[in-house]
Design a protein around this ligand. Structure first.
Ligand code: C5P
Length: 245
């Protein structure tokens, strides 16, 4: 895996497998445990979102961390500052590696305060990718467009000391220009060539995602629902490793 040396270095470790974050979008801890066991050492980094978090996922996060895996808690926090700060402090104590918050200034400030002294990294979600300009009109944001709001919030995230941004790979170059080389960019919407897009509208391959500036890729269904999840994960890691080999 000599390619690791020529890849962007600002990910959470030098292990190229960490570039792939596997989304555990399954309804129960039992299913999550089975998927993780099948993937074995091909998977080092797992994302737990609402579905699993509220079905025993926090205890399972502890279990994964105990096995030496990294955990991304995709909780997209947003509340009054004190509540966010204390919530983030609890997640930091759990030993998670990444946590998402919505990119509102009060929320981001509180999250940065809550993670102080820990190795937890806070990722900001600028504008949910399911929102377009019409949704922002409906939500009362007009005349600000989605693109303008992404740019504004990415700049605020940078200025407030947020560690990284979650965005579509198609937005990664624009976000990178704003946040600079040292912040993390984490992108979902990744599909290996030939995989079904599902409900993802703007998909790119793993190699394209990295080329567009992502430090980490989030992939769920193409791995979790594969006949052979381990082979699916290995193929993605190999595609990343082969980029500059
Ligand atoms: O199955 P798939 O690879 O499409 O899953 C992508 C994961 O990334 C899901 O857990 C989804 O919730 C998450 N995500 C996303 N798009 C965003 C933010 C998060 O698909 N803009």
């Amino acid at each position: 895996m000599s390619a690791a040396m020529s890849l962007p270095t600002n990910s959470v470790s030098g292990d190229i497998r960490d570039k792939l974050i596997i989304g555990l979008d399954v309804p129960s801890v039992e299913e999550a445990r089975a998927v993780v066991a099948r993937i074995g050492d091909a998977g080092t980094f797992y994302k737990i979102g609402y579905q699993l978090a509220y079905a025993g996922g926090f205890e399972f996060a502890r279990e994964l961390i105990g096995q030496g895996k990294k955990v991304f808690l995709d909780l997209k926090l947003h509340d009054i500052g004190n509540t966010v700060e204390e919530g983030v402090r609890s997640v930091a104590r759990l030993g998670a590696t990444f946590l998402t918050v919505h990119a509102y200034p009060q929320t981001m400030r509180a999250a940065v305060a809550g993670k102080a002294g820990s190795s937890l990294k806070i990722l900001a979600v600028t504008v949910l990718t399911s929102y377009d300009d019409n949704d922002l009109v409906e939500a009362g944001y007009a005349p600000v467009t989605a693109a303008e709001l992404v740019a504004r919030r990415a700049g605020q995230a940078r200025d407030l000391g947020i560690d990284g941004i979650v965005c579509a790979a198609t937005e990664a170059e624009r976000v990178r220009a704003i946040v600079g080389p040292d912040r993390l960019i984490v992108t979902p919407g990744i599909r290996p060539a030939g995989a079904e897009a599902g409900d993802q509208k703007r998909v790119v391959t793993p190699a394209e995602g990295i080329r567009l500036g992502a430090n980490h890729l989030v992939v769920a269904r193409p791995i979790v629902k594969a006949a052979d999840p381990r082979a699916a994960a290995e193929a993605i890691v190999r595609e990343i490793a082969d980029m500059k080999a």
